[in-house]
Each structure stands twice: as C-alpha cells, then as structure tokens.
Design a protein around this ligand. Sequence first.
Ligand SMILES: *[C@@H]1O[C@H](CO)[C@@H](O)[C@H](O)[C@H]1NC(C)=O
Ligand SMILES: *[C@@H]1O[C@H](CO)[C@@H](O)[C@H](O)[C@H]1NC(C)=O
Length: 546
Amino acid sequence: MKISLFATASIGALCAATTALAIDPLVIKGSKFFNEKTGEQFYFKGIAYQPRTGLKGDSPDALADTVGCKRDVELFKDLGINSIRVYEVDYNKNHDTCMKLLSDAGIYLLLDMPSPKYSINRLDPYWDHDTMGHWAAKVDAFSKYDNLAAWIAGNEVANDKDTTSSAAFVKAAVRDMKAYLKTKGLKTPIGYADNDDMDIRMNLINYFNCGSEETRVDFYGINIYRWCGDETDFKTSGFADVTKNMTDYKIPSLLTEFGCNKIRPRTFPDVKSLYGSDMNSVFSGGIMYEFTEEDNEYGIVKVSYGNPKVEKTGDYDNLKKVYSGLSTKGVKMSDYKPGGKDSVCPKVSDMWEVKSDVLPPTPSAARCKCMMDSLGCTLKSTTLSTTEGKILGEAIGNICGLTSCNEISSNTSKGGYGNYAACSAVERSAWAINQNYINTRYLQCTIDGVETTIIKSPKESDTDVCLIQKDDMGNIAAPLSPYDDDTTDSSSDEDDSDSKSGSSSSNKKSSSSSSSSSASANAKPLFGLAQLVAASGAIAVMLSAF
Ligand SMILES: *[C@@H]1O[C@H](CO)[C@@H](O)[C@H](O)[C@H]1NC(C)=O
Ligand SMILES: *[C@@H]1O[C@H](CO)[C@@H](O)[C@H](O)[C@H]1NC(C)=O
C-alpha cells in the first residue's frame, strides 16, 4: 500500500529513475531470444536456483529469503551468469527485495508455474480450476518484475511412454495460461521443460510446437544430463543428435537443465559446445543444474536458509572459469530472418497416448459449482482428511467400475473429455457419489468412512444449465459430446511393464527438484482421484474461487 501511494505521488521522478536502471526487456523473434533494446541476440547463461537446506516449513521460497538473496546475488555476479531458473515460490510472500537485487545485477528469472500441491500429476493428470487459480495467482505476483523473462508450464511431466497422456493436460494449461496472460496485457513467454526420454522426446518436441498458435508453447526446454566428463564429446554424448533434432524448430529451444555429475570434479565440458559454434545457432543457451548443494549432489555452494555463510565446492570455480570465458555474439535481430517450421502433431501410438487435435477443456468454476448445486447426494464437506481421501478414492473406483464415469473423466488417446472432467477431484467424487445414489434408485448415499448428505431439493434442478456456464476465461464452451466407453476393465490396460524405457536415463539426476510430480508411485490412475489419496495437502484448499 505504501509503495503505490508513493508511486502515484512522484510518478514522473520514479519513471525516469527506473528507465535509467531497468534491465532490458527480452523478446522472441523466430527461434531466438533478443534484447529488445539493443537488438543483440540473448543467450541464457543461467543456473537453477532452488535451495532446500535449512528450510523451515514446507514451502521453499528462496526469493523471499532476503539474507540468502543478498548472499547469492553477489555470487551470481561473480560467476557471470545472466539468469536463474526457480521452481518453487510462495506467491503470498514478498519478493520485492530479491527481485530488485537480481534485476540490478542484470539477472533474469525463469519461473515454473506449478508448485508441488498444484501441478499436473503425470500418473493421474487433470487440469482444473483450483490448479489454474494458483498458477494465475503466481502470475499476478511476479508479472510486475521487469526481470521476469519466462514462465515454465511443466517440468518433466510426461517422462516415459506410460505417462504421455499428461502432456495433453500440460498443453491445455499452456493454452489457458497464455490466454490469461493476454487478458492481463502480458507477453511473457511460456515454455515447457522435458526430460530427454529417448522413447518420447521427439513426440513431445513436436506436440508442443504443433496445432493452433494459441495452444503452442513459446519456447521449448530440454533437461539434459547426457554429457559426462571430458572423455565424452559433442558427438558421443548425444548432444549432436539433440542439436540436429532442433535445427528447423520454429520457436527458441534452450537447455532448461544441464550438467552431469557422474564424473568429479565437474568440468562442464558441455558449456563450450552449448555457447560455441556446435550449438549456438540452434539453442538459446541454458541453465546449469544447480546452484546449491543438496542431497542429489549437483551443487556448487553449500548454504542454508537465512544464513549469510557460504562454502564453495571445487566445482564453483570450474563453472566460473567456463562461464566467464564465453563471448557468444549470435545474430542481430534486424539481420535475422526466421525460417523454422511448424511441427507435425504426433499420431497416437505405443509411444504416444494423446490425440493431438483435441485438448482437455478450459476449467469452469461456474460449471462445476452448478453441477455441485444439482446433486441430491453429496459430500458433507469439501475438505477431507488423508484417510477420508483414500477411502473415497477406493469407493469411487468401485462406483466407476459399475457405471460410466466418462462425464468426470478423460481418455486422451481418444480425445475424450467429460463435461465435468476439469472439475476438482472433490467435485468429481461428489458427482460419482450422486451417480451411485441415482443408480440405486435413491437408496444408497452413504459411503463408509466419509460423511455424505442427502439434499432433498437441490438448488439447481436442470443440469443442462450447467453446461452453458462460462469457463474461467469468460467464454461459454459448447457442451462436450459424450465419448464411448469401450473399456470397463482397466486392469488389463496397465500391464505393459515389459521394457523399461530410456537408455539415456542412466545419467539423469537422481533426485528431482521437479515441481511437477507429487504422485505416489503406486497410486492407480483414476480420473485424478489418486491426488485425493496421495496429496492430502491439496485437499485443504479446495474450491478456491478463481
Ligand atoms: C532426432 O535424433 C535422433 C537421434 O538421436 C534421430 O534418430 C532422429 O531421426 C532425429 N529426428 C529428427 C526429426 O530429426
Ligand atoms: C482410451 O481409449 C482407447 C482407445 O479406444 C482404449 O484403448 C483405452 O483403453 C482407453 N483408456 C482408458 C483408460 O479407458
């Protein structure tokens, strides 16, 4: 409040001061980033920044730790980096101090949209208004900073041939968040970061750059850990193949994580290729993984939240040496003629369970609320304990084994999405309980272990009305036509554990900083209801208004 009063009182003076100091905006032209002001090509010379050590509470947010920021920005300057990638922040906290320190140091931010509680779960994917609301709140909190360079809408979400259906939901999220940014007059690009899985990588690369402009990402990221030690080179590491694959790509690509740690000390041999003639006409640089030393041992400094002390590992100077020796120039924006091609959408196959031309619907809080208001049998509370979530998940599994739950579920390889598929897990559960009530001729509303309630005269008597409610972007979506249910026995579909995918995965970082998966490994995929079982935290904040 104080700040805005001050700003209006002396707006002229402030504007003059900020233009003089402000970091230059970046823009995308074709497959490259440019400094909009100077017209020079921009290469991300970055580092992943997600300190975990010494964290109190369960919401890591290094950009709210002013002691840590002051400590680390000095090191960022010393390393000569121009960007950081941050995965998790708490949008309720204040980030002004850190963002100003970073901006003054010429450092841009790439920020992931998801957080562990609000992400698309690869084993049980869906995209609903709660998740969208939290991403939008993050956008609102960070869009005011002049050094916010890009958003990342998902990190390694689909990571093998069995989890490709999640890509459809990520792309739906990209579509909706692009539209959201547009309503706010923002042009920040949105990208995706893949995990370089041999089986599915080309499908992912093509999928996120195909179809209508509104649904495509603005840039593509690859998290790559193939190049280990000085014995390997551009060719033998596989980097040459990866570069060739991206050569005619229409949008910028960058390495959203790189740096193997299998051979120590780390000498970062990939940096020379990435910023040199091997790759610099294709990639826009990258993000070394990662700044702080954590359990997975990729860090170059040891630090702890709120503590000004720093201990550098030997790799710190190695990275500094390679990063400071770079003088990549690239092309001038005015001289550059974009030439990339739209990608061709991948077809459904053993390696790709997504029908590319249909996306999951835009969430509609109004549609879901209307549906909830129409139920004659429903959950007594929309906040559930972990135990209740587990019981409910099992009960819904049984109900949907006996009756079609297509209205609340999805089949991505068919392009089939139910009218309430973009409702929250709790809302979809309530729908199923009511379905059971109807099927039992209004005899059975109870579920052992979860409190339910009968509503004698529901507020909404005509569910057709629900289907013409506005979605969260303010559009009226046409009701979806029901899709066929040709499989009721899903157990047979899940038995394809014959081969473990990904020969390239041997070098991958062992513990993920990923913000995109909080799934429990053995949760049975079921319309997003595994989330009820796996992530009790998500349930406490259900039904927040978008
Ligand atoms: C991508 O690279 C792989 C080798 O890693 C190659 O087999 C494949 O043909 C390439 N695909 C395209 C579309 O360039
Ligand atoms: C989705 O549809 C495909 C194609 O009809 C079918 O083979 C598959 O079993 C369905 N998946 C689920 C989870 O129902």
